[in-house]
Each structure stands twice: as structure tokens, then as C-alpha cells.
Design a protein around this ligand. Sequence first.
Ligand code: NAD
Ligand code: UDP
Length: 328
Amino acid sequence: MPVFGGIVFRDITVARIVVTGGAGFIGSHLCDYLIAKGHEVIAVDNLFTGSKSNLAHLFDNDRFEFIRHDVTLPLMLEADEIYHLACPASPVHYQYNPVKTIKTNVIGTLNMLGLAKRLKAKFLLASTSEVYGDPKEHPQKESYWGNVNPIGPRSCYDEGKRVAETLTVNYRESNDVDTVIVRIFNTFGPRMLFNDGRVISNFVLQALQGNPLTIYGDGSQTRSFCYVSDLVKGLVMAMDKEGFHGPVNLGNPDEMSIKDLSEVIIGLVKSSSGVEFLPGLPDDPSRRKPDITLAKKALGWSPAVSLKDGLIKTIEDFSRRLNSAPPP
Ligand code: NAD
Ligand code: UDP
């Protein structure tokens, strides 16, 4: 540590980093990664879908702090970088209170950009593949403007994130805030909530409990699933890349149908579960696959963990939590 006049200064290779949504699924893995790299981390979260248990192992670390705070309210603290992830991500959670979801994306992002402006901190927005809506271009490139229903059940999230992107670009262009936008595609891994309604958490839990796997529609819709450790590395590479502003897609281009996914999970769990076809969801995107050419070229990032290896780790985590917790 450099020492001047008896005062110990922080090593400039160590940053103080705010992670909003830090108690959530991706946010808590990001906190782990940043702490392991030697940084100081302040996780800011209102615990709507996040949980202190995701961070419990960090509470004894003197480089880690947790602040229970809702980003729709102004926040005053000091930091060098802000990863802005606060927002419920699963359709069940973001549709629970759609107006709150919009406030989180619009007012919350405005507040965090204002904080970044005051601090001259670099700001990363966790945007989403949902900005492409039900895409008419496949795979989706960053240049595609999307096909989003402004008044459907998903619009509070999709349009909220689109405004968050607009705000982020406007703060960079008009207010000189250094920003980067990443568009995250479906991500999975340990610590996903049992009841978040997302396809991997539903299928893994159903397979472990011997219940039928619930397929909405005929199961021909596709998604491309990225393991959380790959995603976290991509977020940090996007933040650390000097002069890079995105938007950039981060996801695993390994596309598969939901029906095929159900078979893979039943096989890996060695479950006796069958499948049950339920009515399709309104505005459910029929295909989704990231074009990650830009992430490869600009960041040197590409995912390394296969769907199978990621699922094995996720199944182990769900199984361990199921056996140590009262059934959900
Ligand atoms: P998550 O629901 O597990 O985490 C979100 C966190 O934000 C939770 O801890 C929640 O309590 C917190 N939060 C919500 N509203 C808040 C508010 N108003 N103030 C403070 N905290 C608030 O979801 P996740 O999967 O970890 O997603 C993290 C981010 O990544 C989100 O912005 C999401 O839109 C984005 N994303 C995720 C995926 C994915 O597949 N998981 C895909 C695309 C984008
Ligand atoms: N899905 C499903 N059964 C479930 C949960 C989800 O068939 O129990 C489908 C859902 O209709 C969608 C896909 O899986 O087509 C991915 O859903 P998820 O909620 O995980 O993510 P998103 O739709 O936001 O990509």
C-alpha cells in the first residue's frame, strides 16, 4: 500500500465497487468474483428477489459491505465503479408489480447514473436480450432494434430496460459519464431462486422432486443458456475495457428448444419425471440466440462452460438446498 504523510492510500489497482442488485443471483456471483480479485465491494439491494444468504459468506470480509436500499431512492456513497444490476429478472417477479419494475428501471437507473456522474465513476448497465422482444432477426446482433410490444405483459421489463439503455447513452453523450451497456441473455447457475418461474429453475426443481416438467406451449421455442461464471467474467471485461461503451451481447450461442432442454435435465437428474404441456405464454419470444461476434472481437470474451457442465453444478446446488431447507 502507498503511504504519504502517514496516511495509507488505497492501491489504485484496488477499486471500490458498487454492485446494485448484489444480493441477487448474478449480482452475488459478481460480488464473489470482485472480492476474489482484491477489490472493495458494496452490495446495494432492497432484497425483493435477492437474499442475504447469497452473501452470508462475505459478511466477515472487511472489504465487503451490504446496504439495504431501494435504488428508486437517491443513494450517497463513494465509489470508482458501479455495476447496475438491480431489477427483478424473472417474468414472474417483474410482472408481480409492473409499475415498480418500471420505476426500478427508469428512476433507479437515473439515480445510479446521477451517482456515477457525481463520483466520475464508470457505470455498467445490466440490460437484457429482452430489448430485442420477439425478434424478427436471428441470431440477434446489437444493431437490431427489436420487436417489442409496448403494452404487453413483458413490456414493463422490456421497455423499462430500453429506457434504461437510452438514459445510459444520454448520460454518456450529454453528461460525460463513462458508461457501458451489456445485453445479458438467459443465464443460469447456483443460487437461482426455487420459485422464480424461470425455465431452468422450474425444470431442475421439478425433476428433483419427481414432478412433471411444465412446458409452456409446444416446447419448440428456443433459448440459449449461459452459465453464470462465464457471464460474470464478461461483465467485468466490459467494465474494464477502456473506451468501450457497447451495447454488447453476453450470452452462450448454444441454442436449444425448451422441449430438448426438458429431456437433457430429466437425463442429468436421472429423474422419473415426465413432461406436461401447458398453454403457451402471451408474447413469449419464439427464438433467442445471441450473435457474440462483438464480445469476441472487442472484449476477447466467449463462454467456456457447456450447458451440461453448468447444469450439473446447478443440479448439485438445488439438490443441496432442497435437502437442507424445508420444501418450497
Ligand atoms: P435477481 O432477481 O436474482 O436479482 C436482482 C436483484 O435486484 C435482487 O437481489 C433484487 O432484490 C434486487 N432489486 C430489485 N429491485 C430493486 C430495487 N428497486 N432496489 C434495489 N434492489 C433491487 O435477477 P438476476 O438474474 O440476478 O438479474 C440481475 C440483472 O441481470 C437484472 O438487471 C436483470 O434484468 C439482468 N438480466 C438477467 C438475466 C438472467 O438470465 N438472469 C438475463 C438478462 C438480464
Ligand atoms: N418455460 C416453460 N416452462 C416453465 C418455465 C418457462 O416452458 O416452467 C418457457 C417459457 O415459456 C419460455 C422459456 O421457457 O419460452 C424461457 O423462460 P424463462 O422464464 O426462463 O425466460 P425468458 O422467457 O425471460 O427468456
